[in-house]
Design a protein around this ligand. Structure first.
Ligand code: COA
Length: 334
């Protein structure tokens, strides 16, 4: 028993932040940002707009895309680095606001790999027959955790949300099928990407932490160095396991961290750059929302045809990495 994607919905906050706007506020330039990251604009949430607000709209749209009502959903898995609160999880609030029944709802914390970890969790719930239809959401408001003194992270990250509906199916060749997932982590490198304070290691109480400790911090170069090999090795191992010939992959939907990483990933996989889906230029790095936003962007552009083989792969804080293989279903993202 396995699952298939039957709906996809996305939401981007209205506020568009250009490189020029950031160049007015930081010691940076459109030229540096465009050439070093490939990003031209990103969206940032309005003041007061929380991660659940984005997730609810993406979730509503995913239900619409799948042609389902709230009663049809049996579980919600929400991937985020920016929950509404440290406690409780954001998923139950999202489920409630979507008008779902009192179903299982929980968060996944795997930073930029979060969406694929959540996908694996949803797939597992269906395989275990705990659920027939699962709403899997990746939603982020990184603009709320960026250090106002750190130009590097401010130019990279954007806000957004994407959601898919997974449904039970019985045929492995059904379009939209999840044919395999590969997950990995290396906690010995947890310091490369983190928010130092606010957890049990370093409490949020005044005096215990500096203001800076509450912001997202990243050692960009060290992250960059291993992003390609971690995603590439994970993707290769998955391809081997499910028996897909590399050349048969129609689209690589990699986590949108940096356009240079996406191109290097295609090189590492020995596939042409044209097979890499790229939307980072318009949305920046949206962490857990990155993969569903890239899928929707490619679908809207008419690039994804039913039955196309899609290799998704992501890398992020933890460190964590993940890959998943699906065939594209006959759906219209909303
Ligand atoms: N504007 C202008 N200059 C900047 C800058 C900015 N926004 N950010 C950094 N710089 C400067 C640095 O200070 C450095 O200056 P120096 O040479 O005088 O010391 C120079 O640019 C090069 O910095 P470096 O860190 O080597 O740049 P880079 O080519 O590695 O690009 C990142 C930086 C962050 C864009 C890149 O490392 C990256 O994309 N990393 C992965 C990040 C990521 O994906 N994280 C999410 C989890 S997957």
């Amino acid at each position: 028993m396995a699952s298939a994607v039957i709906g996809l919905g996305t939401y981007l906050p209205l506020r568009r932040v250009t490189n020029e706007e950031l160049a007015d506020r930081f010691d940076t330039s459109d030229e540096w940002i465009s050439t070093r990251t490939g990003i031209h604009t990103r969206r940032w949430a309005d003041t007061g707009q929380a991660t659940s607000d984005l997730a609810v709209t993406a979730g509503e749209r995913a239900l619409k895309s799948a042609g389902l009502t709230p009663d049809d959903i049996d579980a919600v898995v929400l991937a985020t680095t920016t929950p509404d609160h440290p406690c409780p999880a954001t998923a139950p609030a999202v489920a409630s606001r979507l008008g779902l029944r009192t179903i299982a709802a929980y968060d996944i914390s795997a930073v930029c790999s979060g969406f694929l970890y959540a996908l694996a969790a949803g797939h597992g719930q269906i395989a275990a027959k705990n659920a027939q239809r699962v709403l899997v959401i990746g939603a982020e408001t990184y603009s709320t955790i960026l250090n106002p003194a750190d130009r590097t992270t401010n130019v990279i990250f954007g806000d957004g949300a994407g959601a898919i509906v997974l449904a039970e199916h019985t045929r492995k060749d059904q379009e939209g099928s999840i044919l395999g997932v590969d997950l990995g982590s290396d906690g010995s490198q947890q310091d490369l990407i983190r928010i130092p304070a606010g957890g049990s290691r370093q409490r949020a109480t005044p005096g215990d932490a500096t203001e800076e400790d509450h912001y997202f911090a990243m050692q960009g170069k060290a992250v960059f160095r291993q992003a390609v090999t971690r995603m590439g090795d994970s993707a290769n191992s998955l391809l081997q396991r499910i028996g897909w010939d590399k050349d048969s992959v129609n689209h690589i939907v990699g986590h949108q961290a940096n356009v240079r990483i996406l191109k290097a990933l295609a090189d590492y996989l020995e596939l042409p750059h044209e097979r890499a889906v790229i939307n980072i230029d318009r949305v920046g790095n949206t962490s857990a929302a990155s993969i569903p936003l890239a899928l929707a962007d490619a679908a809207h552009a008419g690039r994804l045809k039913p039955g196309d083989r899609i290799l998704m792969t992501a890398f992020g804080g933890g460190l964590t990495w993940a890959s998943a293989a699906i065939t594209w279903p006959s759906i219209t993202p909303v």
